[in-house]
Write a protein that binds this ligand. Sequence first.
Ligand SMILES: Cc1cc2nc3c(=O)[nH]c(=O)nc-3n(C[C@H](O)[C@H](O)[C@H](O)COP(=O)(O)OP(=O)(O)OC[C@H]3O[C@@H](n4cnc5c(N)ncnc54)[C@H](O)[C@@H]3O)c2cc1C
Length: 362
Amino acid sequence: MAATYTGFKSSVAAAAEHVKPTVAQTLTKHAELPLSPPSSAGSDVDAAEFEKRYTEDWNGQYRFAPIKEHIVSRAMTSRYGKDLYDTAISDVVIVGAGSAGLSAAYTLAKERPDLRITILEAAVAPGGGAWVGGQLMSAMVVRKPAHHFLQEVGVPFEDEGDYVVVKHAALFTSTVLSKVLQFPNVKLFNAVAVEDLITRPDVLADEPGKVRVSGVVTNWTLATLAHGLQSCMDPNVIVAPIVLSFAGHDGPFGAFCVKRLVATGHLEALGNMRTLDMRSAEDAIVNQTREIFPGIITGGMELSELDGASRMGPTFGAMMASGVKAAKTAIQLLDRLEVEEGEVVGWKKDAWKKDAESGLQL
Ligand SMILES: Cc1cc2nc3c(=O)[nH]c(=O)nc-3n(C[C@H](O)[C@H](O)[C@H](O)COP(=O)(O)OP(=O)(O)OC[C@H]3O[C@@H](n4cnc5c(N)ncnc54)[C@H](O)[C@@H]3O)c2cc1C
């Protein structure tokens, strides 16, 4: 005769059955607490009472503190709204949170806590291509001296002489990402695409009619990708004296900023990324990371599309070093620019004196 199935119970659960509260008992217990949770401001609940509002019990009595649905909405929207308001004028906008963009953000945020840094990432998950190593394998190869950046951020590696290996690329990306997000002067908007650049007449230009990049035009990535389906989904804007572009070479928005500058006639042509040559490619990307057009500094794989530089394949040191160089270049520029409400209005009075003293080449 077939046994009657009464539902699976683990042996631990079966043994504990007699002490487990029923659903009705749990609901009654929850109803004893006032449902409206105290807001952080103006709470009428005594601080000592807070801990009684939840229970961390792994034997069937785990109970969350009470909440109402609209409180969750307001906790998110109030902060996101403030972030949008505050970052409408930024000191630096970073396009793309891949390995190069995150390395730049880390360096900028650490060296200059006074700067408001806004990162825009089209994907839901920041990190770009650096969640896996080459050919979708785990390990990340980094040629020296870029291991200094790994040491700076606190990523462990195996030293192989001329190069080091991080056991999983995701260890690099998750570490640098967590560090970047902890800086109080950094705001990351993910799932948000840069769909255009802002340009203004360039007050620093030698001749009239020239423009400089003065910020970015953004939209929800899904809206940007759906412009062909619905007309006039207007974007948002963020103004900033300096934009750092690390849009990479691949994916739906690969090399977005340099392609847009070429399409609008501001840059002459794309060089298009060339065939692989690890030995020369990494040096070239780092050394050529620069202000490619007034107001915009480009690095990482996006630069290889502009310069026609060789691809380097599965080595990542150039992305980190390019990000660091872009951050340093941005700081040098910002220290020399007179900026009002996010717009460049001239050179600082002593800008050239500073350059002469430092021997700087911008
Ligand atoms: C599968 C794979 C293939 C690789 N192929 C190559 C190769 O061919 N050549 C090579 O040298 N290295 C390659 N690499 C190595 C490595 O991934 C890249 O060198 C590195 O990821 C590039 O870093 P990046 O920061 O420049 O760009 P990415 O890691 O590509 O990051 C760019 C980021 O910018 C975001 N973004 C782009 N446009 C916009 C926009 N308009 N608005 C907002 N965000 C935007 C993207 O979503 C992305 O997160 C590859 C790696 C992998 C895993």
